[in-house]
Design a protein around this ligand. Structure first.
Ligand code: AMP
Length: 171
């Protein structure tokens, strides 16, 4: 795991001063690291009867699609407003300044389907909190939220006490 951790690059003061951005593109571009990360994460869910994987725009699409392929399941896209062409459910959530919205197709998940949510990094947890609520709106059951990396000092898990969280790498 230390090898994988070293593949994530720190970018200081991005996207604004004071933030240290965990850049996973350096892990993704390395074939053996990407392969290993997806295998390790995916292995955890092989016997969990997952029906669908949900990826969160945009880096979560990469993690979610790779996990879905590994699990031999389909992938659902949770997108920013106005991007999905069919009828949507949407959820708005608080950011540091203002609010943001995410959408899912209303017919993407059938009631009772077992869903794995995937993203690259768990930070404050606001985004994935919104996606858990969105999936539940469709009637889906959230089995777990899976991340390549977690910024534990931001305590994102505190906002997600009602749903299991798993991260491969912790900072
Ligand atoms: P959150 O604060 O958990 O809602 O994070 C929002 C989104 O921004 C997540 O999808 C993360 O991928 C991304 N994110 C937030 N903070 C960072 C960070 N320091 N490094 C990399 N990605 C981040």
């Amino acid at each position: 795991m230390e090898e994988l951790k070293k593949k994530i690059r720190d970018i200081e003061d991005f996207p604004k001063p004071g933030i240290v951005f965990k850049d996973i593109t350096t892990l993704l571009r390395d074939a053996s690291s990407f392969n290993r990360a997806v295998d390790l994460l995916g292995h955890r869910y092989l016997d969990q009867s997952i029906d669908l994987v949900v990826g969160i725009e945009a880096r979560g699409f990469v993690v979610g699609a790779a996990l879905a392929y590994k699990l031999n399941k389909g992938v659902i896209l949770v997108r920013k407003p106005g991007k999905l062409p069919y009828k949507t459910h949407s959820v708005s959530y608080e950011l540091e300044y203002g609010t943001d919205t995410l959408e899912i197709h209303q017919d993407a998940i059938e009631s009772g389907q077992r869903v794995l949510i995937a993203d690259d990094v768990l930070a404050t947890g606001g985004t994935v909190r919104a996606v858990v609520d969105l999936v539940r709106k469709t009637g889906g059951e959230v089995v777990e939220c899976a991340f390549l990396a977690e910024l534990t000092f931001l305590k994102g898990r505190d906002r997600l006490r009602d749903v299991p969280i798993h991260s491969l790498i912790q900072f």
